[in-house]
Design a protein around this ligand. Structure first.
Ligand code: M6R
Length: 605
């Protein structure tokens, strides 16, 4: 949510910043801008709209400075206008600042600064920051002290970076939103997220909350809020820069759907002992979970649907498990204690609601085991333990491959828990689950190659609404199908447990409300009955199941999945629904990778 980029020591500052902004655009795309320090002052270029608008605003020969910062915005305070775009400066452009987060006391600070004659030109909370830095410079502070004194005045959350006229340094700090320094060959980078500079370096240092960094042409140093030095640890990021590109695809989303077989092979790699079928996950060896009595999964959006799927697998294994929407976790009255295992599930590892739910659980005595995709992410740094889903970078705002890898990771974790926890009943048919997991990448490949999703998606595209139904493990899939559909087509899509239809939602059903019926597992016959009831009321039925021939009369359209273990059928059905959403959105000419109003990583509550 908002992307920050910075670079020092390269003679290609503006192109580097622009590449970084393009790579970060999934974090927000309301407006964008850059500021560079070139010895003659600070030059700022910013525009509302996408990063491409800033490219157009740049002069033919952009300034050749060696220090710069940039930003792509997801608006919180003030609409997406040129004036509200970052970087923000003080009136004399001595200080330029980019910021991700929310300054909660900005109105008090702004009133205080206005009272001393400062004039503000934007509606943003961010603009108080350069004004404050300039104010402390006027009081005679050196640059670093002025920056630290400014931070001391801010309430709320921030990742912030500043440049100051006449100084080849980026001053930056983190408090509640992510920031990472990249160490290149004679150059340094700063970003909200590693893909911003991954093609330039994989060596990184993550800032922790309360840490400040000075990044200069000949090195960087870290300190705490008092200016006392902090030791740093350089980490290597094991992602292939090629994975952050679109390749030959028109959209990241389609690429990410298509690469699920490869992603899943990585998710599974080395985690199942072939001889014994023993699962070992990132150091969580047998016996690790013996003391726990219940499991709370907390997550948002697609990750919540994966958590719901995981909770059902755990419940089947006799374990008391619930999936919670992270934003509601602190407000519900569930009992959390030292016998609770809390599992935050989050692709980015930065979702504020999920981090907050994890903190609530930890505060109440729970042990936390994060399931995430991103190494070095906040969740991975704050949880007691972390299991990585290893799906590789996901750039499309609509999560796809990470859902599959999350569910498979949770399935493996469920096995570990079922073996360790007192109430756990390890599945007797686990050999069959393992065989199905082994086939899963090929089964998904088969769906990708044989799917009729494109033609199904094009039918009934002008409908009033799109309904998705399923039971048990197919219910999270129906929910995910509806989320994906509404997110990228902007059409109204809803999901229901199939049994719920007749208790009210059936009133919505008309010939203009196609129903995607996910009929999997032992309960499929009930879903088929509920779909038949909807068909009798005129709804076109899209049947997603493994035996379309047997149900030829019911389905107006069929999306067939290969036969597999019932724990995995939902994943195959989900791939079909991902494709339907993609092709429907493409037909409607939507911004598939950057749907309106959304951002990939939601770092505000
Ligand atoms: O990074 P996270 O998995 O924590 O993100 C959670 C949601 O914001 C995310 O799944 C969102 O719903 C996606 N846009 C869904 O496609």
């Amino acid at each position: 949510m908002c992307g920050i980029i910075g670079c020092v020591g390269t003679d290609e500052t503006v192109p580097t910043l622009m590449d970084g902004l393009s790579n970060l655009e999934y974090r927000g795309y309301d407006s964008a801008g850059v500021a560079v320090q070139n010895g003659k002052g600070i030059a700022t270029f910013k525009r509302s709209g996408k990063v491409a608008e800033v490219r157009k605003a740049l002069p033919e020969s952009p300034p050749s400075g060696t220090v710069g910062i940039g930003h792509t915005r997801w608006s919180t305070h003030g609409p997406p206008t040129d004036q509200n775009a970052h970087p923000h400066t003080d009136p004399e452009s001595r200080v330029a600042v980019v910021h991700n987060g929310v300054i909660e006391n900005y109105d008090t600070l702004r009133a205080e600064l206005e009272a001393t004659g400062n004039t503000f030109v934007s509606d943003t909370d961010t603009e108080v920051i350069p004004h404050l830095v300039a104010h402390y410079l006027d009081q005679g502070d050196d640059h670093e002290t002025a920056f630290r004194r400014t931070l001391d005045r801010l309430d709320g959350s921030y990742a912030v970076a500043a440049i100051i006229d006449g100084d080849d340094t980026i001053y930056c700090a983190r408090h509640g939103t992510p920031l990472v320094v990249g160490i290149g060959d004679g150059s340094y980078f700063l970003a909200s997220d590693v893909p911003a500079f991954l093609e330039r370096t994989s060596e990184v240092v993550y800032l922790e909350d309360g840490e400040i960094a000075r990044i200069e042409p000949d090195g960087f140093s870290m300190m705490d809020v008092h200016g006392d030095p902090i030791e740093t640890e350089i980490e290597h990021i094991d992602w292939d820069p090629k994975d952050t590109g679109k390749g030959a695809y028109d959209h990241y989303m389609l690429k990410e759907i298509d690469t699920q077989p490869t992603a899943l092979k990585k998710t599974l790699e080395g985690r199942i002992e072939p001889e014994t079928g023993t699962v070992s996950l990132d150091g969580l060896d047998p016996g690790h979970f013996e003391e726990f009595e219940q499991v709370d999964l907390v997550a948002c959006g697609t990750s919540y649907h994966a958590a719901l799927y995981g909770a059902k697998i755990l419940q089947e294994a006799g374990i008391e498990a619930q999936a919670h929407r992270a934003s509601e976790y602190g407000t519900s009255s569930q009992l959390v204690s030292e016998s609770t295992l809390a599992i935050p599930v989050t692709q980015s590892g930065e979702t504020a609601d999920t981090l907050s739910a994890m903190a609530d659980a930890a505060e109440a005595g729970a042990t936390t085991v994060a399931v995430t995709n991103v190494m070095g992410s906040t969740v991975a740094r704050q949880a007691d333990e972390t299991v990585f889903i290893r799906a590789g970078p996901e750039i499309g705002v609509a999560a796809t491959k990470t859902f599959s890898s999350q569910v498979v990771t949770l399935l493996l974790l469920a096995r570990r828990l079922a073996e360790d926890m007192d109430d756990g009943e390890p599945r007797e048919d686990f050999d069959e689950v393992l065989a199905a997991l082994d086939r899963l990448p090929d089964d998904i490949q088969h769906v990708l190659e044989s799917s009729d999703a494109r033609s199904v998606a094009h039918k009934h595209i002008d409908s009033d609404a799109f309904l998705f139904i399923g039971r048990h493990l197919a219910f999270p899939v129906a929910k995910e199908g509806a989320l994906k559909f509404k997110e990228i087509t902007y059409e109204h899509a809803e999901s229901f447990t199939s049994g719920r239809l007749k208790h009210g939602p059936l009133a919505l059903v008309t010939p203009s409300t196609p129903i995607f019926a996910v009929a999997t597992g032992e309960v499929r016959s009930k879903t088929l009955t509920n779909a038949t009831e909807a068909k009798s009321r005129g709804a076109p039925i899209v049947l997603v199941t493994d035996d379309c021939d047997a149900n030829a009369d019911l389905g107006d359209y069929h999306l067939e999945i290969p036969e597999t273990h019932e724990l995995l059928e939902g994943l195959l059905a989900n791939v079909q629904l991902q494709l339907v959403s993609y092709y429907a959105a493409n037909r409607l000419d939507r911004e598939i990778d950057k749907p309106r109003n959304l951002a990939k990583s939601v770092t505000v509550e």
